[in-house]
Unconditional design. Structure first.
Length: 280
């Protein structure tokens, strides 16, 4: 208002009133403005904390299970004839999105059958030694062990996965991966190739990279770049499945704090309302 008064004194502003509209003691514009200022000063501004709480309340998932498989690989060449990538590390971490804490872990090394000898490149990339996979368990055994672990952890927290319960199709816990490779390609192809039964709950997941690109409007060149772009540092060894899974969980928590909302990005059985034989 001081600027308005000064402008009027300098003749930069001229006020024109129509008949009957000249301000009186009850409708002086300067007085009205002062009243508005006083009123606004008393209106509480919604805090960042309350806005964050509202976003958290809108988040459909309270927990996520971060998974990052490591598989046999060969540098700049195709796998040996008639062989494809096999899972050699099966890690999963259960993350509480509200607290940011990892509450449970599953971690098994897998015995490769089609290509039992790891390439030098694979060992250097993943840090997994030949003796480690030699003492590992077959993938089918690992899947059974994971199922029991999953059943125990979900029941302990009253959690359900997507398409498990008629009363809550979306569920309150979901699998998360970085890209669709882990469940959409690696696990699916290996189970099909080896004629192993795969639990239906592996058919729905959240591709965190897809949500990341959309939310931050940034296309990271790799996972480490994605972490650094939002102020996180990779902890552990890159391409260690369990370390990758933990860092993925940390990224999920950061994105939730930043306001990102998550939903299933990939469903291999979109025509099914519920997953058959998916009792946990």
């Amino acid at each position: 208002m001081a600027l308005i008064r000064l402008a009027r004194q300098l003749g930069l502003i001229d006020t024109i009133y129509v008949e009957g509209a000249r301000p009186g003691p009850d409708n002086d514009p300067e007085e009205s403005f002062n009243e508005i200022e006083a009123t606004a000063a008393n209106v509480p501004i919604k805090s960042k904390k309350s806005r964050k709480s509202k976003r958290l309340a809108m988040q459909p998932y309270s927990y996520v299970i971060a998974v990052d498989f490591e598989a046999t690989c060969w540098e700049k060449q195709a796998p040996p004839q008639w062989r494809e990538a096999e899972i050699i590390e099966f890690p999963a971490v259960l993350v509480n999105l509200k607290t940011g804490k990892i509450e449970a872990e599953f971690h098994k090394y897998i015995l490769p059958i089609e290509s039992p000898r790891l390439s030098t490149y694979c060992t250097e990339l993943t840090g997994i030694q030949q003796k480690t996979v030699d003492s590992g368990v077959p993938l089918q055994t690992a899947l059974m062990m994971f199922h029991e672990w999953l059943r125990k952890e979900l029941r302990a927290r009253n959690l359900t996965l997507p398409k498990m319960n008629k009363s809550n199709i979306m569920g309150n816990c979901a699998f998360v991966t970085w890209t669709d490779w882990d469940f959409g390609i690696c696990l699916s192809k290996e189970c099909t190739r080896k004629r192993m039964r795969k639990a239906a709950y592996f058919n729905q997941w959240i591709d965190v990279r897809a949500v990341y690109r959309s939310w931050y409007q940034y296309r990271p060149c790799n996972f480490t770049d994605a972490l650094e772009h939002v102020g996180l540092a990779f902890e552990g060894r890159a391409h260690s499945g369990i370390d990758d899974a933990k860092n993925l969980g940390a990224l999920m928590c950061k994105m939730v704090r930043d306001g990102a909302l998550f939903s299933i990005t990939k469903d291999l059985t979109p025509y099914q309302q519920l997953n058959p034989n998916c009792v946990l």
